[in-house]
Ligand binder design. Structure first.
Ligand SMILES: *Cc1c(COP(=O)(O)O)cnc(C)c1O
Length: 427
């Protein structure tokens, strides 16, 4: 007990937490271990030694924690090497991972840049697009188009394509590069909105390097779903107007929405695609940017015929080996059935929340369940209500939501739904 108190004191004094002030305000829970879908607490909270994890550690731990296959892959790779530089050297884990990513992503994506986080993979994607047009002698094409309500990471250029209003990066709107925004995509297909998208791409074609969007689900920008048909509209508009199309599948990739990648729901392939979050099953940080031969060729034939990007920990062997193991685990089972099972559990379990006072909408897609309130959530009260139910949730803005590991059993899904409902009531 005293040890935990000491940890919390030092944490508050020295350690930044995501989107937090310094010193920290709210007291975090101390996690001592994690296994399966449960977080083991250093000290019981409301009588619970462990909490069912409704967040999958920000949507990444799709197989749960302490997984024997992933553990073994990590141990095995540690015994060989945890890291070597990637300049002038290569290694089996990175090559195998790149090969697998090319196999499972849409066909025209052939080349893989292994980056160290989702935000960096978006930086790399944007650099690829801008450099592509530069190489082709069209340096004026360096603006980015997107729709409002998106989220693409916290580093500078990704911030510029996040929702400019009400988003986390509003503070910087005057300092960031100014990009071009369409309205938030409506949930259902709307021909008027599609026409506006087409017109926007055409109007900015002379200065636009790329359209970048999260396909089907906008995650941290508001947990909204939209018709996959918009992706086809964007693909056509980009082709007609000489603009590249980037899909950020960092949140949606590896089965979360019910298809392996969300873009499959529209049978559309992007020119550049980012994956991250669940790539290593939530074990260590890694992301990837994939591109087509056309993009790679364009860059490699330009005035500076290289992609000038090379993080120190690029293609980290440990992360690559774990990512390969995570793909083995995912693809070695009927993961789509598990996601459908969770989807139906969330639909049933969250249905009654729709009638609660203060609830605007309940929506479920794949292994994503969202309760949107008509007010800003009281984070401390909502989190506390979930912990009382024995569940870990991290609401934000007007949203109480869950993206549980795919291995979450039916009883645990039901418990998560009770916690989301309790958090929506109290929050
Ligand atoms: C989380 C996320 C990112 C940023 O990834 P980090 O690994 O946190 O840098 C980018 N895009 C989307 C869609 C995300 O969900």
């Amino acid at each position: 007990m005293p040890e935990t108190a000491e940890l919390l004191r030092l944490d508050r004094a020295h350690v930044w937490h995501p989107y937090g002030p310094m010193p920290g305000r709210a007291e975090p829970l101390v996690v001592a271990s994690a296994s399966g879908v449960r977080l083991g607490l250093a000290e019981p909270a409301h009588g619970h030694d462990e909490l069912i994890d409704g967040m999958a550690s920000w949507w990444s731990a799709i197989h749960g924690y302490n997984h024997p296959v992933l553990n073994e892959a990590a141990r095995e790779q540690l015994g060989r090497m945890s890291h070597v530089m990637f300049g002038g050297l290569t290694h089996e884990p990175a090559v195998r991972l790149a090969q697998r990513l090319v196999e499972i992503t849409p066909e025209p994506l052939r080349h893989v840049f292994l980056a160290d986080s989702g935000s960096v993979s978006v930086e790399v994607a944007l650099k690829m697009c801008l450099q592509y047009w530069r190489s082709l002698g069209r340096p004026a094409k360096r603006k980015l188009l997107t729709w409002r309500g998106g989220y693409h990471g916290d580093t500078w250029h990704p911030m510029s394509v996040c929702d400019p209003e009400g988003g986390m990066h509003e503070l910087w709107s005057g300092a960031l590069p100014r990009q071009v925004f369409a309205d938030v995509p409506p949930a259902d297909f709307d021909e008027t909105y599609a026409d506006a998208l087409r017109a926007l791409v055409a109007r900015h074609a002379h200065e636009a390097a790329a359209v970048i969007v999260e396909p089907v689900v906008q995650g941290a920008g508001g947990m909204r779903f939209h018709s996959p048909a918009y992706l086809r509209v964007l693909r056509e508009a980009c082709d007609e107007n000489d603009v590249l199309l980037v899909f950020d599948e960092i949140a949606t990739g590896f089965g979360r929405t019910g298809t392996l990648f969300a873009a499959e729901q529209a049978s559309v392939a992007p020119d550049v695609m980012c994956v991250g979050k669940a790539l290593t099953g939530g074990y260590v940080t890694m992301a990837a940017t994939l591109c087509t031969e056309r993009v790679a060729d364009g860059i490699s034939r330009g005035e500076v015929p290289v992609l000038a990007h090379g993080p120190t920990f690029m293609a980290n062997p440990l992360a690559s080996a774990i990512a390969c193991a995570s793909l083995d685990v995912l693809l070695g089972q009927d993961w789509a059935r598990e996601v459908r099972r969770i989807e139906s559990g969330l639909r049933g379990g969250l249905a009654e929340a729709a009638a609660l006072p203060g609830v605007r909408e309940v929506r479920v897609l794949g292994a994503i369940g969202v309760v949107q309130l008509d007010h800003e959530v009281d984070m401390a009260a909502a989190t506390d209500a979930a912990v009382r139910e024995g569940v870990w949730l991290r609401p934000f803005r007007d949203l109480v939501y869950t993206m549980p590991p795919y291995v979450t059993g039916d009883d645990d899904v039901a418990a998560i739904c009770r916690a989301v409902t309790a958090a929506a009531k109290k929050g």
